[in-house]
Design a protein around this ligand. Structure first.
Ligand code: HXC
Length: 257
């Protein structure tokens, strides 16, 4: 399927989505939101696809929500239309996905990257929540996800001053899983996505659910949730296959069942 603001291709079991509004540094207007919702839903529903990489351009992953589109909108417009609600559907994606970030990931761009299961950054990446400079604040989860990722001190400093965080600091602060040279970003992201795609698909979803539960619940409830998922996976054909494959020193052949 073709999208107005995205380029989508498949590499075997890996879906690659590129944000494609180069004239606006991939600013996230409502068409991008609509396209992302549709593309992520299509990925989640396609049983041949097991991991996804979302990326932008060399210069910008995304420079934020589209300021020119937001400029004339009032409280009633935003609230009435529930303007950014589509991104809740993106975060509801059950299967794994990685954000591969080069250049600017600012405002909504940083927030979109933080919706990913994890971020791989090029050494050129710059993260920021500069909404304060526009008289607003993050509105797609930035104040919450950034704080959970890097802690209060850095999140508060970034939100209050609008300063950018470079890739090295983002890695040491825990915002990104790994930094790689810009020229190798996409290859590395696709390689990791392929490795994830090679895992048992139900186990991939369960691992994602369990890690995400750590952000939503107490330790004891989270451990309980994890144990129930573990026990449940013991009833799958892929658990039987995975453990047999280990004993027989071969690769598992997954059925997703
Ligand atoms: C609309 C944008 C844009 C944005 C860049 N552009 N960012 N258009 N919305 N967020 C456009 C510019 O207007 C310009 O178009 C073109 O992209 C190239 O940008 P330049 O500014 O000329 O590039 P450069 O000088 O290299 O500066 C790059 C930049 C700067 C530092 C990233 O563009 C910038 O500060 N952008 C805004 C960053 C920001 O404030 N993001 C947060 C947005 S608020 P023209 O037509 O002039 O050539 C947000 C809220 C989210 O995200 C929460 C919502 C609920």
């Amino acid at each position: 399927m073709a999208y107005e603001t995205l380029l989508v291709e498949t590499h075997g079991a890996v879906t690659l989505i590129r944000l494609n509004r180069p004239q606006a540094l991939n600013a996230l207007n409502s068409q991008v939101q609509k396209d992302l919702v549709a593309a992520f839903a299509a990925y989640d529903a396609d049983s041949t696809q097991r991991c996804l990489v979302l990326t932008g351009s060399e210069k910008a992953f995304a420079a934020g929500a589209d300021i020119k589109e937001m400029q004339p909108l009032s409280f009633a417009d935003m609230y009435g239309q529930n303007f950014f609600a589509g991104y809740e559907q993106v975060t509801a994606t059950r299967k794994p996905w990685i954000a591969a970030v080069a250049g600017f990931a600012l405002g909504g761009g940083c927030e979109l990257a933080m919706m990913a299961d994890y971020i791989i950054a090029a050494d050129t990446a710059k993260f920021g929540q500069p909404e304060v400079k526009l008289g607003v604040l993050p509105g797609m989860g930035g104040s919450q996800r950034l704080t959970r990722a890097v802690g209060k001190a850095k999140a508060m400093q970034m939100c209050l001053t609008g300063r950018f965080m470079d890739a090295a600091e983002a890695e040491s602060a825990g915002l990104v899983a790994q930094v790689v040279p810009a020229a190798g970003l996409l290859d590395e992201a696709l390689k990791q996505a392929q490795a994830i795609a090679d895992m048992a698909p139900l186990a991939a979803i369960a691992n994602k659910e369990a890690v995400n539960a750590a952000f939503e619940t107490t330790l004891s409830t989270g451990v309980h949730f994890e144990r129930r998922l573990f026990n449940a996976l013991c009833s799958t054909a892929d658990k039987v296959e995975g453990m047999a494959a280990f004993s027989e020193k071969r690769k598992g052949v997954w059925r997703g069942a």
